[in-house]
Design a protein around this ligand. Structure first.
Ligand SMILES: *Cc1c(COP(=O)(O)O)cnc(C)c1O
Length: 347
């Protein structure tokens, strides 16, 4: 008997290219889209190692844990790195980025995380893109936690390298990811002798062996099941309508923020201003004397179905994350999450 996951016909080049076109449509981009065959950290590292080199100067905006990782990769690639760190309870402003660029005119690469699921904030990319473009630097955006949760327009915003993953608001698989690459970014990578080649991290390999040869033959066997899951999740987003998916996430975030305050147990939004709060996930600060990890464990014991996790690393004691993304961007899930937290708090 044939098995639905095992006995599949090979994924054709034409179907692979069709999935790329669907991703390009989702991002409303004319840029080349590469579907990278691994979790989103793969294209993120590929962008940094292709775009930065010894002698590069990078501005790395840190609004959460991913920014720290990007800074490490940039330094490892030999770049001179200026970190612009802002408190995790807010967003970076275009003025702060503009000031940092004015202080360091040599900066030729800017890395930014759009929304941070880990800290619950989101940054004003459209305005930041304007000042980065005026300065002339290459602009890399980690949009893994923003795609399908809030508007994301790499072309309109002047993003040169826009990385997405399907595992958050898209409600799709984690094992493949994608990056849109501007003509400027391709030129930068092609001129970089240190850019990865014949390597899993190489975006240039995909350009030379796949895009420039007319997408006729795949350079190696794709992650077939993950590609099919990505196609299915793109079809589902199309059927629901991207605007409706975004609205669902926005509504879940608002309901969580307001509901947590209404609980009255001392939970507070971790991100001070609602406009800086990411639609993908809501972070909450627990009352003094409460341990967030223990609180989440009690809430999950009451209702194992709710998407609650404690903050990572240093935030494990003070932060609760409500991961209301993908299928969990749903008022019923938010209500159950708050109910479980409320009961756990009163215990
Ligand atoms: C989730 C996420 C990623 C991908 O990381 P995983 O922990 O492997 O899911 C990358 N960047 C950001 C901003 C994310 O929120």
């Amino acid at each position: 008997m044939t098995h639905p996951l095992l006995d599949l016909p090979p994924l054709t080049a034409a179907r692979f290219a069709g999935i790329e076109r669907r991703v390009a449509a989702l991002l409303d981009t004319e840029q080349d889209v590469v579907i990278t065959q691994g979790e989103a950290l793969l294209p993120l590292e590929g962008c940094i190692r292709g775009g930065a080199r010894p002698g590069s100067a990078a501005l790395n905006v840190v609004t959460g844990p991913y920014g720290k990782t990007f800074g490490d990769w940039l330094r490892d690639a030999g770049a001179e790195v200026t970190d612009l760190a802002v408190p995790f309870h807010g967003a970076v402003t275009a003025e702060q980025v503009e000031r940092a660029l004015a202080e360091h005119p040599e900066i030729d690469f800017v890395s930014l995380v759009h929304a941070e699921a880990a800290t619950g904030n989101t940054n004003p990319v459209a305005e930041i893109g304007e000042v980065v473009r005026a300065h002339g630097a290459l602009f890399m955006l980690d949009a893994v936690a923003s795609v399908a949760a809030e508007p994301l327009l790499p072309d309109a915003w002047g993003v040169d390298l826009c990385v997405i993953g399907a595992q958050k608001a898209m409600g799709g698989p984690a094992g493949v990811s994608a990056v849109s690459v501007s003509a400027r970014a391709w030129e930068r990578m092609a001129a970089n002798p240190a850019a990865p080649r014949r390597s899993y991290l190489s975006l240039l390999d995909w350009k030379e062996r796949w895009i420039d040869t007319g997408r006729a033959a795949l350079p190696h066997a794709p992650a077939q099941l993950e590609m099919l899951a990505l196609e299915a999740c793109l079809e589902r987003i199309d059927a629901d309508g991207l605007d409706a998916v975004i609205a669902r996430h926005r509504a879940a975030a608002t309901a969580t923020r307001e509901g947590a305050l209404a609980l009255g147990g001392g939970l507070e939004p971790y991100v001070y201003e609602a406009r800086d709060a990411a639609p993908v996930a809501t972070t909450l600060r627990v009352p003094a004397g409460t341990d967030a990890t223990a609180l989440v464990a009690r809430a999950l014991a009451l209702d194992p179905s709710v998407p609650l996790v404690a903050g990572g690393g240093a935030l494990a004691k003070e932060m609760v994350r409500v991961n209301h993304y993908g299928p969990d961007a749903d008022p019923a899930v938010v209500a159950r999450s708050l109910a479980a937290l409320g009961t756990a708090l009163s215990e």
